[in-house]
Ligand binder design. Structure first.
Ligand SMILES: C[S@@+](CC[C@H](N)C(=O)[O-])C[C@H]1O[C@@H](n2cnc3c(N)ncnc32)[C@H](O)[C@@H]1O
Length: 314
């Protein structure tokens, strides 16, 4: 297991936050999808619209893009960044966990670039960064749900230990941290950081990103949303349509890999072992695609990225 992949976006935070605006794996994603004139793209993690901009250029005037983001503020920035294409974009404030309820048409390309975006780390008021002080929020969608502060307050010791174990892959530290946090009110990122530093001393540096990752996944119910995307997404593809996901840690990549494998594996006759039914989908990425050494050097956030894609057969 690659440590860098596990701690995802927070590696970048520890190393740099200068170059986070470059869309990750941009060229790779476009090479795999090969967007064509007139195609319809569904980008379920619009962010600031970086990938979406390239999709819109590629599909031309007859093409269109539907974009979702759970974060209202990112959505508004994306709306500005994509304003030259406004006649062929539909942007919605929505979580991709609701994909089945949005009455979306079938699309040629469905793309997700999971997790947080640079403004989440750069704005201390969002509470995603352990490097700056702000309210312990960590919600993508500030119009609903509970903040990390409330989650900690509402959860008992066992629930907190499960969060740190399951989503931060912390073990001994999970119990110790949970027993310290249970029943307390931690209002700010700096308070949480200080507490972790006091508890774990020199090991706090390695533990901090995992604690923030765990809280972020729990607050945004990220793995449930990913399950919904993996379940509903393939059914939204037109014949020949492609679906691809960039993940940033193993908790995200594992379900993507398994779902894509099972959708692309043909049925075999249990007696003869011969293929009895071809799979409806084919893998476009037999192995996950990762950034080049140059991209990793240019954009530290890309270091943990893995891209997998499949196609609904014609
Ligand atoms: C890595 S950024 C996407 C960056 C984008 N590809 C770009 O080029 O600008 C991920 C975005 O997905 C959003 N997001 C995360 N989980 C989501 C979910 N379940 N539903 C909708 N949006 C989500 C975040 O708010 C963030 O803006």
């Amino acid at each position: 297991m690659h440590r860098k992949h596990e701690i995802g976006h927070y590696v970048a935070e520890m190393q740099s936050s200068r170059t986070l605006h470059i869309p990750v794996l941009q060229t790779t994603v476009m090479n795999v999808f090969q967007p064509k004139h007139g195609e319809t793209v569904l980008d379920v993690t619009l962010g600031l619209g970086g990938h979406a901009h390239t999709f819109l250029e590629s599909v031309g005037e007859a093409g269109r893009l539907i974009g979702l983001d759970a974060d209202q503020r990112n959505l508004e920035v994306a709306r500005k960044n994509l304003s030259e294409f406004s006649d062929r974009t539909t942007l919605m404030h929505a979580n991709f966990s609701q994909l089945s309820e949005l009455n979306l048409p079938r699309v040629d390309i469905l793309f997700a670039d999971l997790g947080l975006s640079s403004p989440h780390l750069d704005d201390p008021a969002r509470g995603f960064s352990f490097r700056s002080d702000g309210p312990l929020d960590l919600r993508f969608d500030q119009s609903r749900g509970v903040t990390a502060m409330h989650l900690i307050e509402m959860s008992d010791e066992a629930e907190l230990a499960t969060i740190f174990r399951s989503y931060g892959e912390l073990y001994m530290q999970a119990r110790r941290l949970a027993s310290t946090l249970a029943g307390t009110q931690i209002a700010t990122t700096a308070q949480l950081r200080t507490l972790i530093e006091e508890l774990f001393g020199f090991r706090a540096k390695a533990i901090l990103p995992l604690v923030f990752q765990a809280l972020r996944i729990a607050v945004n119910d990220e793995l449930t949303a990913l399950d919904a995307l993996l379940h509903v997404g393939p059914s939204l593809l037109k014949k020949g349509g492609r679906m691809g996901i960039i993940s940033y840690h193993s908790l995200e990549d594992r379900p993507v890999k398994h779902t894509f494998r099972s959708l692309t594996t043909p049925l075999k006759d249990p007696i003869t072992g011969k293929i009895s039914q071809d799979a409806a989908f084919r893998l476009l990425t037999p192995k996950a695609l990762v950034p080049s050494a140059q991209e990793m050097a240019d954009n530290p956030r890309s270091r943990s990225a893995k891209f997998r894609a499949l196609q609904f057969r014609l």
